[in-house]
Every structure is written in structure tokens, then in C-alpha cells.
Design a protein around this ligand. Sequence first.
Ligand code: ZN
Length: 182
Amino acid sequence: MKETELKVRIYGDPVLRKKALPIKAVTQSQRDVLSAMARLMYASDGVGLAAPQVGVSEALIVVDAGEGLFKLINPRIVKREGEQALVEGCLSVPEICVKVKRSKKVIVSALNEEGLPVKIEAEGLLACVFQHEIDHLKGRLIVDYASVLEKIKLKNKLDTLAKKAVNERYSNSKTKTCDLQL
Ligand code: ZN
């Protein structure tokens, strides 16, 4: 897959609501997608990106929250501890920020690019980013965490985004509304 083919899909695109397929055998194809995703994440000023966000319904994520780049395949949370709530933005839901309650510490089990099992202990921001990206693989978005009142307030914005998605299928937005873009 060429780098130029990857674009961030926005709210309303059905691929964002699909459950991503687990990878049975890691091949060059996944490594290429992961590299292209990492480039796009950095170019978009994001700290994480999941494959469904670029229209690829596979269980792949990239994360760099300042502790180095992680490229993970089939990531899942095997342990959780504590609680935290950070205001999150999402490259696929531009101009919307939602405070999301998540676990403070997690252990993520996954495969690396070579297809070898890895376990990562994460805390704070990094733990939040992993949970956000793994949510994407389940078709879950930050707006799902909004309160009933927030959802009513967000409805117009989301309808506009969804209409835009049908026409454009990807985001051109370079404006950064939330500090955290994932
Ligand atoms: Zn996101």
C-alpha cells in the first residue's frame, strides 16, 4: 500500500464502526500499513492511530505518546488498574473533545511487527492512548462516552461531520481543537 493512499476517515464513515479483523499471520502488508500509519500520525500531529481510521479493518495500531513509537498487531488489554479521566480528541472526529473515564494503568498484550508476542505496561497518558486506539478496533469512538446532555449538544456537529464524510470520505482538517489527538 502506498503512503499516499492513506487518509484519515471521519465520523460517519462505516469503517469506523466495524470490528477490525484480527491478523492470523503477520506479513509485509501489515508492516507497510503500520509504517504508513506512523507517518500519517506524525504528519497529523496525533499521538495514536488505529487502522480503521485509515479505512483498513485490521487489528493494527500505532502509538507515540512521547515514550517511543509502538507498532502493534492484535493488541488487547489484559490487566487494568485505577481510574483517570482525560479530555480526548480524535483525528476521526475533528473539532470535538470529550472527557473520557478510563483505567489509569493497563497491560497490553500484542504482537510486534515480527509477529512475536509483546507485553507493555502503560500508565497515565500512554495507558489512555492504548485504550483509545483499542476502542477503535472495536468500532468504539470518544463520542460514545459523552453524557446524554453532551450527546444532545454534539448532535448537530456530528450530523455535519457525517454528511461531510459521505462527500469527502476523509478529513482535511488541520485545526487542532483538543490537546490530545488520537
Ligand atoms: Zn481516535
